[in-house]
Structure formats: structure tokens, C-alpha cells
Design a protein. Structure first.
Length: 279
């Protein structure tokens, strides 16, 4: 029996990145593979007709390429950390129905998936936790969740498309709390400059009746701007469209490579890496 998701519900917001993962897999198979997304889409009772119609437009195809590159980049950072910390905690902040933790599983790490309780309820139905995996319902801004992470073997945290919806002061407070709790750990996430964030927030800010766009998290020069938050932070960044992959695959045309360059250079679309120095 398929899991039914109604339109105009919080659960529906989980469909967008999941469907993007499926389309990425179909359009860019040499670059990105998300078999979990493909499987889950087939197990969900939902009217995908509108999403299917829109998915083949030019900008939608570039949009799902963005999703593919972002997820690949974050997964690369997780796997790189696990090379030196094989028993680390791998923590997906704002996980939705994303399976990056599982795709990076080396057989000995511990996987944690964190999101709001209503999201975790859906995840428990569709992606119940495996061995060495926990689905934790929480509000990321309520830092009680920090105590539930076993970081005895190290910890790498990643957030995909999450911090655009946080106030800058919330991201700063969370990063400082993590620096206190997880010395030697690493946080990686995607970010962009103020121009890009305004474009991303165009619809949801209006519906939420939010006027002060400038209060929401955006960054241009991650090292210079975020290092000021705390002396224990070692901050680096790379463009997330071309910083990890040159996109020379035949499935990606010259125009999309041009847009990717614009995204990295002008919109400062980037993967930010923050290493928490030991106390």
C-alpha cells in the first residue's frame, strides 16, 4: 500500500527535493544517482503530474542540476572526513527524506537524521532507521539535540538547503553551540550571497509575511565573515557548482556550465566547511 501525501501540507514540502533527486538521476546519470529517491517516489501516493510537467523546462533542469551538485559535494565532504574518522557520527541536519548518510555509510560510522517531529514521523514510515542509524525529532535551534550525538569517534554534520531559512543570529548561535560540544568535528553546508538568498526566498518570505530579508542568513566571503563569529572556527569554502566537479559530462551543455559559473562567481553559491578547533 502506498503512503499517501496530501497537497498543501507540511508533508508535501518533502516531495520537492525527493522528486528533484529522481529527476537528477534520470537527466544526469553519470553525475548523480539517488536510487532511494526513485524508489520512494514509486511508493508514495501523490499527484506528480504538475511536477512532471515542470521538470523538463530549461530552468527546472538547471535547478535539479544544482540539487545534484550540492548533494554530491556534501557527500564528498562526509566521505573525506570518514577516511580519517571511520567511526564518526554522520549527522544530517534538516534531513527530510534525504538518504545521504546511508549513501556514505562505511560500515562503522553512526548515522543521525534530524528534523521536525512531523517530518521524522513521515521518515519513520518511509525510511525507518537501519542498524547504527537514528531518526531524531527536534528543532535544530533547541540545542538539547546536541546531547544525543555520540561523537566519541568524531563527528561530521551537514545541512542541505537548510540555513537559508534561518536568521543569521540563529546560525551563529548554533555554530557556537556545536563548537562547544564537538571540538574536532566539522560542519558543512551550502550557502549563497544576499542576492541569491533574496531570489530563493521570493515565495516563502511572502507567504510567511516576512519583510526583513536582510536578517536571513547569507554569506559572500565565508572565511572572512564567519571566522569572526568565534576564534575556534576554521572556515573554508568552495563553489558548489564547479568547486568539486568541472561538469564536463555530455549531459551538461555549455549554457548550463555558463550558468554554473555565474552561480559560483556572482551568486557565491558555495559549500562552506567549518572545522571546530580543539579547545
Amino acid at each position: 500500500m502506498k503512503y499517501k501525501i496530501e497537497k498543501n501540507t507540511v508533508q508535501e514540502t518533502l516531495i520537492i527535493p525527493l522528486y528533484a533527486g529522481k529527476v537528477c538521476t534520470e537527466l544526469y546519470p553519470n553525475i548523480y544517482q539517488d536510487e532511494t529517491a526513485v524508489r520512494l517516489i514509486n511508493e508514495i501516493d501523490y499527484d506528480f503530474s504538475e511536477a512532471e510537467k515542470n521538470s523538463r523546462s530549461l530552468m527546472q533542469r538547471f535547478g535539479v542540476l544544482e540539487v545534484a551538485m550540492r548533494q554530491n559535494d556534501l557527500a564528498w565532504e562526509v566521505r573525506d572526513y570518514l577516511k580519517t574518522h571511520p567511526k564518526a557520527a554522520v549527522v544530517n541536519l534538516g534531513c527530510g527524506l534525504d538518504s545521504t548518510g546511508r549513501s556514505c555509510d562505511n560500515g562503522s560510522c553512526k548515522i543521525y537524521n534530524l528534523d521536525f517531529p512531523d517530518v521524522i514521523a513521515v521518515r519513520n514510515e518511509l525510511l525507518p532507521a537501519d542498524e547504527r542509524e537514528k531518526n531524531i525529532p527536534c528543532d535544530l535551534n533547541d540545542t538539547e539535540w546536541l546531547e544525543k550525538i555520540d561523537a566519541s569517534g568524531g563527528a561530521i554534520f551537514f545541512a542541505s538547503g537548510v540555513f537559508y531559512y534561518f536568521l543569521t543570529k540563529q546560525v551563529k548561535a548554533l555554530v557556537q553551540a556545536m563548537a562547544n560540544a564537538f571540538p574536532g568535528g566539522v560542519l558543512v553546508f551550502d550557502a549563497a550571497n544576499r542576492i541569491a538568498v533574496k531570489m530563493i526566498a521570493k515565495t516563502w518570505l511572502k507567504s510567511a509575511k516576512i519583510k526583513d530579508v536582510g536578517a536571513y542568513f547569507a554569506v559572500s566571503d565565508a572565511k572572512d565573515e564567519l571566522s569572526l563569529w568565534d576564534s575556534r572556527l576554521k572556515v573554508t569554502s568552495r563553489g558548489y557548482m564547479l568547486g568539486y566537479n568541472d561538469l564536463r559530462d555530455p549531459s551538461v551543455g555549455r549554457f548550463f556550465r555558463f550558468l554554473a559559473k555565474v552561480g559560483d562567481k556572482m551568486m557565491k553559491m558555495q559549500i562552506v566547511k567549518i572545522a571546530f578547533r580543539n579547545k
